[in-house]
Design a protein around this ligand. Sequence first.
Ligand code: NAD
Length: 434
Amino acid sequence: MNPPASRRTARGTTRRDVLRGGTTAILASAVAPYARTAPLQAGGDEMLRVGLIGCGGRGRGAAWNALMADPNTKLVALGDMFADHLADAHKYLSQNEQVGARVEVDEDHRFVGWDAYRGVIDSCDVVLMASTPAFRPLHVEACVEAGKHMFVEKPVATDGPGLRRIMAAGERAKEKGLSLVSGLCYRYQFAKQETVQRIHDGAIGDIVSMQTTYNAGPLWLRARQPDWTEMEYQIRNWIYYYHLSGDHIAEQHIHSLDKVAWAKGGYPVKATASGGRIQRTGPEYGNVYDHFNTVYEWEDGVRAFSSCRQWNNAAQDVSDFVLGTRGSASLQGHRIRSGKAWSWRYESEEPDDMYQNEHDALFASIRDGEPINNSDYMCKSTLMALMGRLSAYTGRTITAEEALNSMEDLSVKERAFGDVATAPVAVPGIHQFS
Ligand SMILES: NC(=O)c1ccc[n+]([C@@H]2O[C@H](COP(=O)([O-])OP(=O)(O)OC[C@H]3O[C@@H](n4cnc5c(N)ncnc54)[C@H](O)[C@@H]3O)[C@@H](O)[C@H]2O)c1
């Protein structure tokens, strides 16, 4: 089967043209453009200064993607909580064959500690945010305040109050004409855009139900060092503390939740979940669960059955299936089934690295003066993850409204490397919703 007409038009154009609007119809649900109210001129071919907050694995990758996206960019500032993380990232990027020549981060622009984000934001035009999620509201607010374009990794908050702050900042970014591209990268994968577009065009009829799975293996653990305080241990091992990461339903499974909400064209109104920790029971694993099973329900009665786990020596699977009245779709497989047989499969020779695509789109939008703002879905997909976690922790069904208006403030109160308590692992029926 041939690609849809809108996509065919884009085939003859460059990758940047595609991202700039050659596939407007396809991108419509992924990248919602809006009218600029306060144009911010950073276009043409002038040099764009890029800064990175959070110099871990993803941050380095994002910085590389940013430099690869546009030849007139240079990396001018790095910020991290820890000097060793920053030094590793600087070494990695400055020695990289493809982008190293455009890494110009002098000693004065290597910012370390709780306020590192301020130095980065003040030094550049485009800010990449890839630190521990709990700090994202603070960083995004400061970035919007300073009027800088941004790339924002997922999830964007770990609690209701943080999410409300990000939502407000996203609106202000729109008013200021700033580009805000989300790290929910599947939205920028051409293969998924085309698959979802077909679902929206009616290829499988009306959606009846969905199933999504992120069954993965265990992640890294940074061994406790004698000179680390408890706060340092927790921030270095942030994935195991739900106030810092949101738990893995938010930190990792959010991709799956985002995909099914995208396919459905909207967000669920309630969630009922269960979960716990079976393998990761030691104190070194903080207070997160290692598995969740959640049923999400939409206003029209459609349900998504969602499961995620991080288990060693167990079957792994990342997949999403959308079942409709006339067929079904595999989002991860980029395939559509009509009746009993697969009737369409995405095929293309075109490069389709979603991590690169999102940065290509960000820089093209800045050059063209046509800001992208992904705030809506980046916040709502985070909310969907919070609903699941809150439901699993409390044992209650949690509505979207309840999760969004939750008063549970998980933000780090004492910004210092001292002793800090660890909240107990949540026990359903005992853990209170607030
Ligand atoms: N889109 C994706 O596919 C994808 C993949 C991996 C990670 N991520 C996201 O990227 C983010 C980072 O993940 P990672 O795997 O790189 O983790 P990481 O631990 O390797 O990196 C996080 C870095 O942030 C630093 N940091 C923590 N608090 C900070 C603060 N207040 N200010 C500045 N720096 C701070 C840490 O020291 C660390 O170097 C997370 O939100 C994660 O969910 C997204």
